[in-house]
Design a binder for this molecule. Structure first.
Ligand SMILES: Nc1nc2c(ncn2[C@@H]2O[C@H](COP(=O)(O)OP(=O)(O)OP(=O)(O)O)[C@@H](O)[C@H]2O)c(=O)[nH]1
Ligand SMILES: [Mg+2]
Length: 302
């Protein structure tokens, strides 16, 4: 899995976390050659503390830009420890007993696989970066093929991926511009009827904020009583000022127009890997695969 040519430089962070935290505990059960390779790659992962913090918790990096009267602490509710992050990473790492794989696709609900394990799905406008984010979430399982494209409307079906027996993740076609014709029939009925759906990730472009089509999607989540969470994507492309004002807009919408939305928006960049590790941890947590240690558990997590 960890062939050096295939590992993104920021994925080294995972390795760093693993090796720096309890190597004996965490690497127990990992094949010897693999453990050696991890250790030898560790030297390549010397991220300075501040950069590490910004990479893991991008909200914190915005702290300095905020006006008085508003603090990131009000917003950043999900703060897993490094140990939690490391444990979540293991779930995203395939092994002989824990296969991470594409499972099937569906264009209608009666074609959706009958899987009982907890499920999360990714929705958002076409081109917002759903498939790209899923691809980096699965970067520790490089054999899982996820197609992304510059052209909006690329993902045409609901694509199901299984993460061992732990959970399923669904990549959805986008809404808005170039949405597939059967989008409503496909995605709305999925959201309305899928019993094992434990969390919906609604992706919003960090550079443009919540658009009209997103408001419709939020309304739909409210109507179906779905627990959902907003993820702001492509934050590497967004100017800090724009990102900040869009973040405040998202926060306001969550406060005033949502019923079951997680109060914290997440920030992510699929090219820089920003926010990806914490998202893995959040997914592991909401699918019931990761009881959190310490502080994070005491914070609200509806
Ligand atoms: N700079 C930057 N580009 C991104 C990021 N995420 C996605 N992109 C680009 O945005 C484009 C669309 O990405 P996709 O992941 O295919 O978007 P999608 O939401 O799955 O789109 P549909 O399947 O058409 O609904 C691609 O050209 C990606 O390379 C990001 O975090 N940063
Ligand atoms: Mg897609």
């Amino acid at each position: 899995v960890y062939s050096p040519e295939r590992v993104h430089p920021y994925e080294m962070l995972t390795i760093k976390i693993w090796v720096l935290l309890q190597p004996r505990t965490l690497l127990r059960g990992v094949p010897r050659s693999w453990a050696h390779r991890l250790a030898s790659l560790q030297s390549a992962s010397k991220l300075p503390e501040k950069k590490l913090q910004a990479l893991l918790f991008p909200l914190s990096a915005l702290e300095g830009q905020l006006t008085s009267g508003f603090s990131i602490a009000d917003l950043q509710l999900f703060e897993p420890s490094m140990g939690d992050i490391a444990r979540a990473e293991r779930l995203f790492c395939p092994s002989a007993k824990h296969k991470i794989d594409y499972f099937s696709s569906a264009v209608r609900m009666d074609h959706a696989p009958l899987i009982r394990q907890p499920e999360v799905c990714f929705i958002g406008r076409s081109n917002v970066g759903k498939s790209s984010l899923i691809r980096v979430l699965f970067s520790l399982a490089p054999d899982v093929e996820i197609r992304v494209s510059k052209t909006p409307g690329h993902t045409k079906k609901m694509n199901f991926f299984t993460v061992g027996k732990a959970f399923t993740l669904v990549d959805m076609p986008g809404y808005g511009y170039k949405a597939p014709k059967d989008f409503v029939e496909m995605v709305e009925s999925y959201l309305e009827t899928r019993r094992n759906l434990v969390r919906t990730f609604l992706l919003v472009d960090g550079a443009v904020g919540i658009q009209e089509a997103d408001r419709v999607a939020i309304e739909m989540c409210n109507e179906f009583g779905l627990p959902f969470v907003i993820v702001m994507t492509k934050i590497d492309k967004s100017r800090q000022g724009a990102l900040l004002s869009n973040l405040l807009q998202v926060r306001e919408v969550i406060k005033t127009h949502t019923v079951c939305c997680y109060p914290q928006p997440f920030l992510a960049s699929s090219t820089q890997y920003t926010g990806v590790h914490v998202l893995r941890c959040f997914i592991a947590h909401v699918t019931g695969n990761l009881p959190l240690s310490g502080d994070a558990e005491q914070k609200p997590s509806h």
